[in-house]
Design a protein around this ligand. Structure first.
Ligand SMILES: [Zn+2]
Length: 199
């Protein structure tokens, strides 16, 4: 009788294991399928438009990566953004996050492209460095952009209509009528999407 019961228990265990195994196997298959889908999604990137391919090529510019990912500073007066006055939006060269516009660009004489206002609320993140220097980073990908100083133009030097569009997240001087911030940015961390001029 005991051996009969032992056989029943053994068979029951076998059946349970047999049931459990296919479930486990199916899960494995699902994972593999999921991985395949992920791989397919990844490889389908190769079919992207030429505009996105251009973006990738520009992203792998060594100077861009040194600035954005290693926090290095490009030599002063080397960025073409210092000199040109094209209209448009300046976005992060790594992830495309819109950071500044040409309306807030000004000549600070520092040797680096400078802006007195960011493009949109929360686009830029800040971190106080050793020595009380305020670093600014792209808030989407964390890429290093440059530094912010509170010695930008006077509030009376910029059009009041633009001043009102200044995001509340921009660093501000505590003094009333103090100077606006100076976003001192590495040109290598930016890409300019030019405004289409109507003719
Ligand atoms: Zn970014």
């Amino acid at each position: 009788m005991k051996s009969f019961l032992a056989i029943i228990v053994f068979v029951a265990l076998c059946l349970q294991t047999a049931q459990a195994f296919p479930i486990h196997f199916n899960n494995k298959q699902q994972t593999t399928k999921h991985q395949q889908q992920k791989t397919m999604c990844f490889s389908s990137k190769g079919d992207d438009s030429s505009e996105e391919k251009d973006f990738e090529v520009q992203t792998w510019n060594p100077l861009r990566l040194a600035v954005l990912k290693l926090g290095m500073t490009e030599p002063a007066w080397t960025s073409s953004f210092n000199y040109q006055k094209k209209k448009g939006v300046f976005s992060c060269a790594y992830c495309g996050n819109e950071l500044f516009d040409s309306e807030s660009k000004y000549d600070s004489g520092s040797g680096w492209p400078s802006f007195w206002r960011s493009k949109q609320e929360g686009a830029i993140g800040y971190k106080m460095e050793f020595g009380n220097r305020l670093e600014c980073r792209c808030n989407k990908c964390g890429g290093h952009l440059g530094h912010v100083f509170l010695d930008g133009p006077k509030q009376t030097d910029v059009p009041s209509s633009l001043l009102q569009t200044s995001p509340a997240s921009d660093p501000r001087s505590q003094r009333e009528n103090g100077r606006l911030p100076r976003f001192c940015v590495n040109g290598a961390s930016l890409r300019l999407k030019e405004e289409v001029q109507e003719q």
